[in-house]
Design a protein around this ligand. Structure first.
Ligand SMILES: Cc1ncc(COP(=O)(O)O)c(C=O)c1O
Length: 375
């Protein structure tokens, strides 16, 4: 019913992913997909475009209600409408959390490897931080309690979490999140949880659990950053929100709201509302397509000399250990063979590369042939 095999022409559309490299390079780096957004999203944008007036907007109450309803339905998490703070993207939310939820003399914990903006938010805010290494346990990248205990300090205030984990693809279990929340409670840490990949669940039967939903205490100490734009294909239109129960945390997070970080655009609001109300079926179809891409990538990478990867439970990002290749820079190695991946160093692990498989199968097959023929 939905055709994910049809490649759109993205060159010449200002695409970050497709503009950087020469035309003969297959770009599988930045995390967006090569799929058209779902029909109801396109239709909502078209309707708004036809109206033709693009003045300032307030966040739609209907979207606030859709967020509340979604959190209850998917996670059994009871969110009040006024806990929802809209921001133009998850990245600005990470930076607001680092700047406003810690004082200059406070310290933060951040997993590594991780999406670079979690660390960058702290670096730009000039906050002291500890990189807490995730470990590969039974094929999953998970937190290690000994590393956590060794990293925490008396002035630690903030714990960053990326769930599902980018890169690595882990869906953290309720039990794992309970333990992390208990650690945060013990050390009185605010949790800032980036859950942008929560709708891109590839392993059936493994649910996403927002850490704020595991206990009353976790909810009170959490800032949860969510956005439909990755899963429903409109990151260039952009709409994200933070869910913050505690009024003090919410006030601090919003201290200079609208001065530094703008609301989503009217197209972001329209797209988000349509995504949450009308695109369940499209999302399921996309997940089936991505699941098959994931299985293909795991099979191919598993058969290549010098490469290993853990099973990807969620996201459309394969985190590939290329240290066995014995080359100084695996990113450069694959680029010379015509495939642009994300360099692992960006996430804190130079021996790795990250491959975005959110694309047409035929292109993915071509990219893996290029990678394989030279390994
Ligand atoms: C974990 C994570 N957070 C945030 C973002 C970007 O968020 P946004 O485009 O809403 O700022 C990405 C994009 O790759 C991501 O992987």
């Amino acid at each position: 019913m939905f055709d994910f095999d049809q490649p759109p022409e993205r060159r010449g559309t200002w695409s970050t992913r497709w503009e950087r490299y020469p035309a003969d390079v297959i770009p599988l780096w930045v995390a967006d997909t090569d799929f058209r957004a779902p029909p109801p999203v396109l239709e909502a944008m078209r309707r708004r475009l036809a109206h033709g007036v693009f003045g300032y907007n307030v966040p739609p109450a209907a979207l606030r209600d859709a967020v509340v309803e979604r959190m209850r339905r998917l996670y059994g998490w009871r969110v009040e409408p006024d806990w929802v703070v809209f921001v133009s993207g998850v990245v600005p939310g990470l930076h607001l959390a680092a700047r406003h939820l810690t004082r200059a003399d406070q310290h933060a914990l951040v997993p590594t490897p991780v999406y670079h903006h979690l660390r960058r938010a702290l670096v730009l805010a000039k906050r002291e931080l500890a990189n807490v290494p995730l470990v590969l346990s039974q094929g999953r990248w998970v937190w290690d309690e000994e590393f956590l205990a060794a990293a925490v300090k008396p002035n630690s205030r903030l714990l960053f979490l990326c769930n599902p984990q980018n890169p690595g693809g882990t869906i953290f279990t309720r039990d794992e999140l309970h333990r992390l929340a208990a650690f945060a409670q013990k050390h009185d840490l605010v949790i800032c949880s980036d859950e942008i990949h929560a709708d891109i669940l590839l392993d059936e039967g493994k649910p996403h659990v927002p850490i704020a939903s595991v206990s009353r205490d976790a909810s009170r100490r959490s800032v949860t950053l969510i956005s439909p734009n990755k899963a429903f294909g409109f990151p260039g239109a952009g709409c994200a929100f933070a869910i913050i129960e505690d009024p003090e945390l919410r006030r601090a997070f919003c201290a200079d709201h609208h001065a530094t970080v703008h609301d989503p655009s009217v197209f972001g609001f329209e797209a988000a509302l349509a995504a949450y109300r009308e695109c369940g079926e499209w999302l399921e179809a996309q997940l089936a397509y991505l699941r098959a891409n994931r299985d293909f990538v795991e099979r191919e990478v598993g058969a290549m000399r010098g490469l290993k990867m853990a099973h990807v439970e969620a996201t459309y990002l394969a985190w590939i250990d290329a240290s066995g290749l014995g080359v100084p820079d695996p990113y450069q190695y694959f680029l010379e063979r015509g495939v642009a991946l994300s360099p692992g160093a960006q996430f804190g692990a130079p021996g790795f590369v990250r491959l975005n498989f959110g694309t047409q199968r035929a292109l993915l097959e071509k990219a893996l042939r290029r990678m394989k023929s030279n390994s």
